[in-house]
Design a protein around this ligand. Structure first.
Ligand code: ATP
Ligand code: MN
Length: 463
């Protein structure tokens, strides 16, 4: 027996067509002569309306069981719908109830629930309209990410989740260990002896695949990563997760301009793809979550991103008619209040800020001739602030060695990274983009915990 997807039926189903559907009851409306039920299978925001007449086998018993949340299989014939809101509906011939859902205890009744509450029922919240829409958009966007890079000949490279190098995110790393926590081996100076650990040294969950992506770019020219990353940051914000997905393209023979152009084309591409794939879900976000979602999306697609240097950005912030919590001066790491002021209020569109002070950026970013700034670029967007962080990488061996030493990093451990500059070095660039930040931006969802199915954040690793 063929099972039809409700999304397909709503789009192309024809009257008189015999069909079978499976799904979960959203609502039931009992009238004297017959009963309406809305069935949703997750394939679309809209449910299929099912009309159940009294001649359906076991009518009374079946209808009694059709409570919100119950799982059903319905066969019948499509008919034109007389009600408004839908083109067609399903006239049921037979209904099988797989699993009931007790209305006394099933938490998802018809009223609106807060997102905070929904997070406490992470095993059920995907059955709601909003979370359903989020995860369909997330899927469409992930698909578009691969399409974008694959169409351009980028190789998808799988960088390790376990790493022994702690060069990037000092302080934000999760250690992983198989040592016996009840009886930790100690060195002479009473430190934990990680040489006895699984990998023979201390290992962590990765905070970024960039350094490994650079390895791969010097073999395949253009590569990208798309996978999970982990940060033990204790920032309990609406924009930080402990486990999130990152997209990191890396391009050989590419300077900062090419990098910025790629990032801009990338954002345009994925927004366009999601609007085309999930028009109803995007319309829903615009109506119910944030009424600027569609405008913003079209803005991204149609407008050219503004490009300014960090020094120019500081000048603009100093002229701003307001006081910021973090006072503005050259050398300051832009905080989200500054980023949002620039993107949201001043330019009212995405902007790319380049050439940040050397001190506030990573050691691998290419040093400018002024030696005070590096070839970094951040893309700032309204509502979110920074969404993309990237740079041209330092390809000169001597400069890189100098920067590593100045940063106080263990240069011996980076021997392989330096080798990339020793053998066939090349100007190269890349950026990192937090996938959840992108989904947040697309959907207008205010909390990042509601755009990933199973969020991990301080004090919470449920479900
Ligand atoms: P922020 O200042 O917002 O903490 P960051 O400077 O630590 O960001 P990067 O190290 O440049 O960020 O990481 C690349 C991208 O990953 C960021 O632009 C952002 O989109 C995303 N990102 C960073 N940290 C997180 C997090 N904890 N949760 C979700 N996304 C994140
Ligand atoms: Mn951070």
């Amino acid at each position: 027996m063929t099972i039809h997807r409700i999304a397909d039926l709503l789009r192309t189903g024809q009257p008189d067509q015999s069909i079978n559907i499976q799904g979960w009851i959203r609502t039931k409306r009992e009238l004297k002569e017959f009963t309406f039920a809305e069935v949703n299978d997750g394939s679309s925001l809209a449910s299929l309306q099912v009309v159940i007449n009294q001649d359906v086998p076991n009518y009374a018993e079946v209808v009694r069981k059709l409570n919100t949340g119950a799982s059903v299989e319905v066969s019948g014939v499509l008919v034109p719908s007389l009600g408004k809101g839908q083109r067609i509906e399903l006239k049921a011939d037979a209904i099988a109830v797989h699993g009931e859902a007790d209305p006394e205890t099933y938490p998802l009744q018809k009223k609106r629930h807060s997102f905070e509450f929904l997070r406490t029922i992470g095993h059920l919240r995907s059955r709601t309209n909003t979370l359903g829409a989020v995860f369909r958009v997330r899927n469409a966007c992930a698909h578009a990410v691969h399409q974008f890079f694959q169409q351009r000949g980028f190789l998808w490279v799988h960088t390790p989740l376990i790493t022994a190098s702690d060069c990037e995110g000092a302080g934000e790393l999760f250690t992983i260990t198989s040592l016996n926590l009840k009886d930790l081996p100690r060195t002479e100076n009473q430190e934990i002896d990680f040489s006895q650990d699984f990998f023979g040294k201390r290992a962590y969950l990765t905070v970024s695949g960039q350094l490994e992506a650079e390895i791969m770019a010097t073999a395949f020219t253009n590569v990208y990563t798309f996978g999970p990353t982990f940060r033990a940051e204790n920032s309990n914000t609406s924009r930080h997760l402990a486990e999130f997905w990152m997209i990191e393209p890396e391009m050989a023979f590419c300077a900062l301009d090419g990098n910025m152009t790629l990032a801009e084309e990338f954002l345009k591409f994925v927004f366009k793809a999601v609007l085309e794939t999930c028009p109803e879900d995007m319309e829903f976000f615009n109506q119910r979550i944030d009424n600027s979602v569609l405008e913003t999306a079209n803005h991204i697609i149609d407008s050219e991103f503004e490009r300014i240097t960090y020094t120019e950005a500081i000048a603009l912030l100093e002229k701003a008619d307001r006081t910021f919590e973090f006072p503005v001066s050259w050398g300051l790491d832009l905080q989200s209040e500054h980023e949002r002021y620039l993107a949201e209020e001043l330019f009212k569109k995405p902007l790319i800020v380049t050439d940040y002070p050397t001190e506030i950026k990573a050691f691998y970013m290419r040093l400018n001739d002024d030696e005070k700034t590096v070839r970094a670029m951040d893309i700032l967007v309204p509502k979110i602030g920074e969404i993309v962080g990237g740079s041209q990488r330092e390809e000169r061996l001597d400069v890189l060695e100098r920067r590593i030493k100045a940063a106080g990093m263990p240069i011996e451990e980076l021997w392989w990274y330096l080798d990339l500059r020793r053998y066939g070095t090349v100007p190269h660039s890349g950026f990192g983009l937090g996938f959840e930040r992108l989904i947040q931006f697309m959907t207008g969802m205010t909390n990042i915990r509601d755009v990933i199915p199973f969020p991990r954040f301080p004090q919470s690793a449920e479900f």
